[in-house]
Write a protein that binds this ligand. Structure first.
Ligand code: FES
Length: 200
């Protein structure tokens, strides 16, 4: 009996060392695993990152027809953008957007805004069909049909990309992002055309 207790006592230091060794291996393994997963997550493309550089988004007149028919911007999820129409005939719009955005003719232009990332804290900003505004569901920032700020905590309008018309095609340069217009820019002066989607 006394011999058995002695053996049990003698075994204890070995078990503790083994336990510590396994714990150490376990923690290093878990750390490396976490690092590996984090690296993979970093490398994995987010929605909206699949397009880059100059991208041909289609025949400009067909895009315009679709926007008019649907009364909604065209969402391109692969690029994180929405294509909207703007009016070069509005003096303030031409002054603010004429240099960097596609002009199709005297009356109609096209523009690509970043609707994937609200300038406040980065939430996606869906189009609200009833108000005809972009409305952020996270903290209620709103943007008119041109993506100009109309209310809420966002510091500015939606960011946008340089675009142009090439042989009748609408081309967006996704490598050239432009900071959204200041809160005071209100070239469109558009009131909401119906109930808000974020208040409902
Ligand atoms: S993230 Fe859009 S209002 Fe806060």
């Amino acid at each position: 009996m006394a011999e058995q207790s002695k053996r049990r006592l003698e075994l204890k230091p070995v078990e503790r060392r083994t336990f510590l060794r396994y714990s150490l291996i376990g923690s290093v393994g878990a750390g490396l695993g976490g690092f590996g997963l984090a690296s993979l997550g970093f490398l994995w493309p987010r929605p909206g990152d699949e397009l880059a550089g100059e991208v041909d988004l289609g025949d400009a007149m067909e895009l315009i027809e679709e926007i008019e028919e649907e009364r909604a911007p065209i969402r391109i999820p692969e690029g994180g953008i929405s294509i909207l129409m703007w009016e070069p005939s509005l003096e303030a719009a031409m002054r603010n957007y004429g240099d960097d955005h596609a002009v199709v003719n005297d009356d109609i232009g096209l523009m690509a805004v970043n609707s994937q990332s609200c300038p406040h804290l980065g939430c996606g900003v869906p189009w609200c069909q009833t108000s005809q505004w972009f409305e952020c569901p996270c903290h209620g920032s709103r943007y008119n049909r041109y993506g100009e700020w109309t209310g809420g905590p966002a510091p500015r309008g939606l960011d946008r990309y340089v675009s142009f018309i090439d042989d009748g095609r609408f081309v967006v340069n996704l490598s050239e992002e432009l900071t959204g217009p200041a809160r005071t820019a209100n070239a469109l002066e558009q009131s909401p055309e119906g109930p808000s989607c974020v208040d409902a």
